[in-house]
Design a protein around this ligand. Structure first.
Ligand code: SAM
Length: 170
């Protein structure tokens, strides 16, 4: 990703640090930290996710914002007897989520993708996180929820929302 970024016009103006989002620090304080595209779920235990919030807060000015975009999973809507939920079924890509451990909130996303006529299998392990749990992680890091939308167009967040854009302020 860093290499792709470096090829874009104006990239030289952006400093890149490659590291663990739980612990990596960069110099300076910022008005905005953002963590999008479900990336909080890549940290697969609660302690680690709490660390990510603390690390984000450590980089913020007082009054600065931490924006988190993350899916809201409906694991309880998997019908009894079904192994998982199909979330995409295109000609060249099938994706299935399995909810593997409800105690540790662990799930896997399984992808079968056709590339150059060959079928590739790829599975990622994630920790899903409740909206209210995100809010408590923010509080532990001296931040408060100021907005929760159902998407980037400021859609209303409802029980049916499949994703959220949560905005926390330090
Ligand atoms: C869903 S992708 C999002 C990529 C990118 N942030 C974007 O929005 O396009 C999550 C990324 O987080 C990376 N990742 C997983 N655990 C991490 C960690 N502890 N610290 C930093 N990055 C991590 C993964 O390798 C993956 O590239």
């Amino acid at each position: 990703m860093a290499e792709v970024l470096r090829k874009k016009p104006g990239a030289e103006a952006i400093d890149v640090a490659i590291g663990d989002m739980r612990t990596t620090r960069v110099d300076g304080k910022f008005k905005l930290v953002y963590l999008v595209w479900n990336s909080i779920m890549n940290v697969t235990n609660q302690d680690g996710q709490v660390e990510v919030f603390a690390n984000a807060a450590a980089h913020l000015d007082e009054g600065g914002y931490f924006v988190v975009e993350v899916a809201v999973h409906k694991q309880d809507r998997t019908p009894a007897g079904d192994l998982g939920q199909v979330f995409v079924m295109d000609d060249d890509h099938v994706g299935i989520d399995t909810f593997d451990d409800p105690v540790l909130q662990l799930m896997s996303s399984h992808h079968w993708t056709e590339i150059n006529g060959h079928l590739h299998r790829d599975t990622g392990r994630f920790r899903y996180v409740w909206p209210s749990e995100l809010d408590l992680m923010a509080r532990l890091a001296s931040m408060r929820l100021v907005n929760r939308w159902g998407g980037w167009q400021e859609e209303v967040f409802t029980a049916e929302s499949e994703s959220q854009v949560a905005v926390y302020q330090k």
